[in-house]
Write a new protein. Structure first.
Length: 210
């Protein structure tokens, strides 16, 4: 029995549960790890930052694998949103699936809940929910990286543009959602933020073991 006397049934519980589980399973696919292993490069977590994302895959020297990781990590976020929206034409369920995919990327059960930092997956989610947001975020990322040569700074500032863009387009429900995801991205980049503050963050083209 739910609030106001509403009866909670399997039919009412199934859509959100399916969106959460399906989104999480999609998001938890560790493409960076799978691609580098398939290429005979071993475990990408053993190099650089130990991350499974595209930036760390790039440290293997295989730009093609890094691009593939970026695109696939974005695609799984977009797929979670689009599939949920196709099955249930409901924005709340689509955003719920996107959130679950994002959490799955950050904390995949297969890797003992140690995943990526979420920037590419967030980009896919944003592209599926509101394409102007991803266009602005992409421009912010590119500008920051070209000017500063800090990939991490671009990955921090681009998501923060998401809620602003959504709000300017009058999509306040998405602005709140994007703000929540952007704050999670800040959390995953806390070590990068500390190194940026100390002037120790490596720029693009320099290797790091941090």
């Amino acid at each position: 029995m739910g609030e106001g006397g509403a009866v909670i049934t399997f039919e009412t519980l199934f859509p959100p549960l399916a969106a959460i589980i399906g989104g999480y399973l999609l998001g938890s696919i560790p493409f960076g790890l799978l691609l580098t292993r398939a290429a005979g490069l071993g475990d990408v977590r053993a190099i650089g930052s130990g991350n499974i994302g595209a930036t760390n895959v790039l440290r293997t020297g295989r730009k093609g694998l890094a691009v593939a990781t970026l695109l696939l990590d974005a695609a799984k976020g977009a797929a979670a949103v689009l599939l949920a929206g196709l099955i249930w034409p409901n924005l709340a369920l689509a955003t719920l699936a996107g959130l679950a995919a994002f959490i799955g990327h950050l904390y995949p059960v297969w890797l003992r809940f140690k995943g990526g930092k979420g920037v590419a997956t967030l980009a896919g989610i944003a592209a599926a929910l509101h394409w102007p947001t991803i266009l602005v975020a992409g421009a912010v990322w590119l500008l920051v990286v070209l000017v500063t040569r800090y990939s991490s700074l671009g990955g921090i500032l681009a998501p923060l543009s998401g809620p602003v863009t959504a709000a300017l387009f009058g999509r306040f429900e998405l602005a709140v959602f994007f703000l929540g995801l952007a704050l999670l991205v800040l959390w995953t980049h806390r070590a990068n933020i500390a190194r940026l503050w100390r002037g120790e963050e490596p720029k693009i083209g320099r290797s790091t073991s941090a």
